[in-house]
Write a protein that binds this ligand. Structure first.
Ligand code: TRP
Length: 359
C-alpha cells in the first residue's frame, strides 16, 4: 500500500522512524465510527495496513470506537427504527459488533486495546479531554470542521473533536496500558480524518505532549465508479461488504464500472482508462504481485486485455480475502472481545538501537 501510493502522505513520520532507530517504542492509534453493522471493503484498507504496521514494528495499538460520535451525528429515530431501546443502545451494540470485525483482521491480543468511548470516558481520558476542550475555541472548531453560522450544530458536535484527539496522547489511558510511559503516537487512517489531528497537533505542546505523527490513505472507489465513495449507509449496489457471499462478490464486480472501451473495436484501438476502472483500481489495492499488476496495467491500457478478464482477476483476488475474513470472523466470541477491551499492560517491543551507519 505504501509502494502503490495508497498511503500517500504523512505528518512527521520521520520522527517515528527516528524513534525506532534509537531503540525507543511508539504506539499506533486508529479508530472506527460504528455507523452501521455492515463493514465493507473500504475498511480493509486502514485495518490491514494497521495490522501490517503492528507486525512490522511489533507495536502496541489502541483502537477507538466512537459510539458517541455516531450518536451525536445521526438522526434521532434510528435506534427505535432498528428495534433497539434507544439510539445510544443501538450504537453501543454496533460498537461491539464492529469491534469483533476488527479483531477478525488478526490484531495481536497482547498488544491491542480496543475501547468504546462511552465506556472509557472518565479518569485520565476525561482529564485530557477537558484540557483539550479548554484550549480550543468554538471559532477554531467551526473553521477546522467547516461549521457555518446558522448550521444546526449541537454542542456535542463542537465538543467531540477533543475526544478523538486525546487517544493521540499516551497519558490519556489508564496507567497500566503503557506502564505509565510517555510514548510517541503514529496514526494510520484515511485522509478525511486530518482535521482532527491538525487540531490535536496544534494543542499537543501546550499540554506537555508530543505531536502525533500521521500516515494518510486515499479512498477506495465504490463499485459505481471513481466518483462514488464506498459507503455502508448509502447504496448496497455500490458497496462490496465484508459479509458478501462468493456469488454476490462475483455479481457485484462483474457489474462494476468499467474503464474499458464501449465496443470491442474501440477497446482494441484506444485501450482502457485505468484510473476509471473499478476492477483494476481494486487490484492496485489488493493484488500483491507487482509483476502481475504491471502486466495487467500494460495489456489492459493497450486494449490487449478485455474488461471481463480484468474483472475475473479481481474476483479471484477479492474472493479469498473476504472468505478468509469471514472464516476468522466466525471464531470471534464475546469473551475474546472482552479480552481486547480489558485494561491491562500491553506488550512493548524491545528494539535495539541502530547506529547511523547501519541505518
Ligand atoms: N471519526 C472516525 C470515523 O468516523 C472514527 C475515528 C476515531 C478514527 N478515532 C480515529 C479514525 C482515529 C481513524 C483514526 O470513522
Amino acid at each position: 500500500m505504501l509502494k502503490r501510493g495508497i498511503y500517500y502522505c504523512h505528518r512527521d513520520l520521520d520522527r517515528i522512524l527516528d524513534c525506532v532507530e534509537k531503540g525507543k517504542p511508539f504506539y499506533l492509534y486508529t479508530g472506527r465510527g460504528p455507523s452501521s453493522g455492515a463493514m465493507h471493503v473500504g475498511h480493509l484498507v486502514p485495518f490491514r495496513f494497521t495490522l501490517f504496521l503492528q507486525k512490522a514494528f511489533n507495536a502496541p495499538l489502541v483502537i477507538q470506537i466512537t459510539d458517541d460520535e455516531k450518536y451525536i451525528w445521526k438522526n434521532k429515530q434510528i435506534g427505535q427504527q432498528k428495534g433497539f431501546k434507544d439510539k445510544l443502545s443501538y450504537f453501543y451494540h454496533l460498537a461491539r459488533e464492529n469491534s469483533k470485525d476488527i479483531i477478525a483482521f488478526g490484531f495481536d491480543p497482547e498488544k491491542t486495546f480496543i475501547f468504546i468511548d462511552t465506556d472509557i470516558m472518565g479518569g485520565n481520558f476525561y482529564k485530557n479531554v477537558i484540557k483539550v476542550q479548554e484550549m480550543v475555541t468554538v471559532n477554531t472548531i467551526n473553521k477546522i470542521f467547516g461549521f457555518k453560522a446558522g448550521d444546526p450544530v449541537n454542542c456535542g458536535q463542537i465538543a467531540y473533536p477533543a475526544i478523538q484527539a486525546v487517544p493521540s496522547f499516551s497519558s490519556s489511558f489508564p496507567d497500566e496500558i503503557f506502564g505509565g510511559k510517555q510514548l510517541p503516537c503514529l496514526i494510520p487512517c484515511a485522509l478525511d480524518q486530518d482535521p482532527y489531528f491538525r487540531m490535536t497537533r496544534d494543542v499537543a505542546h501546550r499540554l506537555g505532549e508530543m505531536k502525533p505523527s500521521c500516515l494518510y490513505a486515499k479512498f477506495i472507489p465504490g463499485l459505481n465508479g471513481p466518483k462514488g465513495k464506498m459507503s455502508s449507509s448509502s447504496s448496497t449496489e455500490g458497496t462490496l461488504f465484508l459479509t458478501d457471499t462468493a456469488k454476490q462478490i462475483k455479481k457485484k464486480i462483474n457489474k462494476s464500472f468499467s474503464g474499458g472501451g464501449a465496443t470491442l473495436a474501440e477497446h482494441r484501438e484506444f485501450g482502457a482508462k485505468l484510473d476509471q476502472d473499478v476492477a483494476f483500481q481494486y487490484l492496485t489495492f489488493f493484488l500483491e504481485n507487482d509483476e502481475k499488476l504491471s502486466e495487467i496495467a500494460h495489456r489492459y491500457s493497450k486494449g490487449e486485455m478485455l474488461t471481463g478478464e480484468v474483472k475475473r482477476v479481481c474476483i479471484d483476488t477479492m474472493t479469498p480475502i473476504l472468505m478468509d475474513f469471514q472464516e476468522r470472523r466466525k471464531t470471534i466470541t464475546d469473551a475474546m472481545l472482552d479480552k481486547f477491551m480489558t485494561v491491562r499492560e500491553l506488550q512493548l517491543p524491545e528494539y535495539t538501537a541502530v547506529t547511523k551507519s547501519e541505518s
